[in-house]
Design a protein around this ligand. Sequence first.
Ligand code: UDP
Length: 251
Amino acid sequence: MVYERAEILGCRLDVIDMAGALQVVQDSIQSREPSQIITLNAEMIYRAQHERQLIDLYSAARLVTPDGIGAVWALRRAGWQISRRVTGIGLTLKILDMAREKNWRVFFLGGEPGIAEQAARKLAESDKPLMVVGVHHGYFSDDESPRIIEQVRAARPDVLLVGLGAPRQDIWIAAHLEVLGVPVCMGVGGTLDVLAGKAKRAPRLWRRLGLEWLFRLINEPGRIKRQMALPKFAWLVLTKVRGTGRQPRPS
Ligand code: UDP
């Protein structure tokens, strides 16, 4: 799968749509090469301005998709043609559809105790059940990582979805990618909560209007602190991306 790599405020961001991202997932499973997928939003790009190690982490991943309207806007402003976001939850749902079809083995790691199990139970209820080969909650210390890694390895998943919140989930995957040996490892934020039925996804119209962030803010007012990064991100894009960061349109 060939796609362009862009750079926004020093952060690598791939110019790719959902179909392309799914192709990368399929390629990784076919090659069995351990690969990290990051869905990168505006908040994380802003955070990387102060935590430079995140910039290296994004560079090393197999794929970094534009997660959210802010990331897409920044890419467009830099001159790239990109139509839609590739969000963590959107990509997860597509991967799970494909996993059902192709009998891929999936492992859920993250969320409060019971959430990953609940998500697995719900997904087993459908006509074409999903093969969830293991689950573990996301409230563990670094000392417990070796035990969890062993559990994942023993389950031999094709896809590992890690919902510990960003950037911890992405840092954890990068640190253990090789030893985990899983072809597709992806940080999914609060997606397991949605799959378990604990949290609701924004309605389609809100998503179409690029207002998923507002829906989440209304439902989880505690997010305001994190979302304070958004106007700062917007300011940086407005002042820095046009001109110095401008990329040629890919032909
Ligand atoms: N979480 C976790 N372990 C932790 C902290 C958080 O498993 O130590 C889970 C939490 O239960 C939730 C997810 O990580 O399911 C965080 O979701 P958030 O909404 O922060 O992520 P986003 O979707 O915004 O990336």
